[in-house]
Ligand binder design. Structure first.
Ligand code: ATP
Length: 501
């Protein structure tokens, strides 16, 4: 500045104007704002206005310079990993972020009611606890003595849908450091979903993890033992790596389809979840009514290897066959409005044939009305095994009774527990079963066979879970009531049918 003030005004001006294009070169938006201030600075009336101008210029320069330096650092001196919202890697990373102290101290956060909190509220005042997560902005954190930046942005997409983007960067050029962090997130996430079945649902054309639930033990689904064993053997053989090679060598699409059919409440969905739990597979739930041809194809193309695709109540799906008998290729109008496009049968059949599908997927379709399904949909190759689940027979009623009243075996007997304890537990269970035997026989004798679903019987037993004697005493009244309700419902449906005619 000293040299500037000593120089003559004309020399000053020419020097300063010489600098202007240089500044513009580095900070492109600066020129229009600085030129009036520049002329004021060089030809202004008083020292005060010059001081104000210099202050303003410094501020402006400082802002641009810091942004510029930030971009420069990010481009040349930092590493970054972006995480797409619809990928499970996003859930992995966010799950880890939520557990970190920096997430709780983020200056911009999103507040939500904590629906996933496992802590039982002990009083009214403890209900509806809040959960905060960093959003729309940067949060800085240290990991293994290095400074990282977590950046999450929520933006409104062109169609009005919210898009979330997240990335993590750190000041250093070695991407291995970031991958180490992501591996840590992965381990943390896997630990949290251990012994759980992850369920994915679709959001538009992409899959998104919707919940993880405790694995359902195969023993908790009460169906004919032979059917259960046959199903387990079949899935087990399919998942064997040798089977994959076998399929590949013969050029066959490595995938398998099952149809579970039977009356409501016979355990179709439960069986699907327990298969997922038994073989440690994730479940991808397809809700056909909210899909169109394009999204169905994209979703099948996005399936991971080895997973279960579950399509519940597939008879309710709006897939049609043309009058000439061919599969309808054009999307048909849906239930929600004339413009609503739905899945056509031909697209569904093509997708099931596996051209766009991933390797190793198990498709499980469930229906209450197999007779309503298009034969092409369930022909061998698309559906390899059809399994009928029945209303409760004598054996199932007996199993349901024990299921409710006997103490379940401890699934995890720790290694350090003495054999004596295990023996004792076995003795106790045998004693308990002896006591339950006459009660179970009495209950089985009273319940009508092949009349009630396992879900209905289970619901009745659960209402009497503290006393098998109560259950035995009340079962006749319960059956009468249920049958009365059914008759009433059937009459109403008939009346509605008559009105339609
Ligand atoms: N065979 C069974 N063994 C054990 N529990 C069963 C069985 N069937 C039904 N349940 C219980 O009844 C409830 C409903 O079962 P689930 O949803 O599996 O039946 P579903 O056949 O899929 O019924 P829907 O056809 O109406 O979808 C669940 O809570 C499940 O635990």
């Amino acid at each position: 500045m000293a040299s500037l003030s000593n120089a003559s005004p004309t020399h000053n001006q020419s020097f300063l104007f010489d600098q202007m294009p240089l500044l513009d070169l580095f900070f492109s938006g600066l020129g229009p704002a600085t030129s009036p201030a520049w002329s004021l600075l060089t030809g202004g009336p008083s020292i005060y206005s010059r001081a104000v101008c210099i202050g303003g210029l410094l501020l402006l320069f400082g802002k641009h310079a810091s942004e510029y330096l930030g971009t420069l650092l990010e481009t040349y001196f930092s590493s970054k990993i972006e995480v797409p919202y619809t990928d499970e890697a996003y859930d992995m990373h966010i799950f880890w972020v939520y557990s970190q102290p920096f997430a709780r101290s983020a200056r911009t956060s999103l507040a939500r009611i904590d629906l996933k909190s496992s802590a039982e509220p002990r009083s009214h005042a403890e209900k509806k606890s809040l959960h905060y997560s960093p959003c729309n902005g940067r949060s800085y954190f240290w990991y293994k003595c290095r400074l990282f930046v977590f950046n999450r942005q929520r933006t409104l997409g062109a169609l009005g849908n919210t898009r979330v983007e997240a990335c993590v960067s750190y000041f250093g050029r070695n991407p291995a450091v970031l991958r180490e962090l992501f591996n840590e997130c992965r381990r943390f996430y896997l630990e949290s979903v251990k012994n759980k079945t992850c369920v994915f649902e679709h959001q538009g054309d992409m899959w998104k993890a919707s919940k993880s639930m405790a694995k359902r033990e195969m023993s908790t689904v009460i169906i004919d033992k032979k059917l259960k064993d046959m199903l387990l053997d079949d899935v087990s053989e399919f998942l064997d790596p040798k089977t994959r090679t076998w399929y590949t060598r013969r050029g066959l699409p490595y995938q398998r389809g099952y149809l579970l059919h039977g009356p409501p409440g016979t355990g179709k969905s439960s069986l699907c979840l327990s298969i997922a739990g038994h073989f440690d597979l994730d479940v991808y739930v397809l809700t056909m009514s909210s899909l169109n041809n394009h999204s169905l194809k994209s979703l099948f193309a996005e399936l991971p290897q080895h997973c279960i695709v579950l399509t519940e109540d597939v008879d309710a799906t709006a897939v049609h066959r043309k009058l000439d008998g061919s599969a309808d290729a054009s999307p048909i109008a849906g239930q929600n409005g004339p413009g609503d496009k739905k899945v056509s049968l031909s697209t569904l059949l093509n997708v099931l044939d596996g051209l766009a599908s991933s390797e190793g997927r198990l498709l499980i379709m469930t229906t209450n009305h197999i007779e309503r399904l298009d034969p092409a949909l369930i022909r061998p190759g698309r559906v390899d095994i059809k399994l009928e689940l029945y209303l409760a027979d004598e054996d199932m009623i007996n199993q349901l009774f024990y299921f409710v009243y006997s103490t379940p075996p401890k699934s995890n007997v720790r290694g350090d527990e003495s054999e004596r304890n295990v023996y004792q537990a076995g003795e106790e269970r045998a004693g308990e079963e002896c006591k339950l035997l006459p009660l179970a026989q009495e209950f089985v004798a009273k319940v009508l066979k092949l009349e009630f679903s396992p879900a209905e019987i289970l619901s009745f037993l659960l209402a009497n879970k503290h006393s098998p004697h109560h259950a035995i005493a009340n079962v006749a009244v319960w059956m009468e009531k249920l049958q009365g309700e059914r008759t009433k419902l059937t009459r109403t449906l008939w009346a509605l049918d008559d009105d339609d005619d």
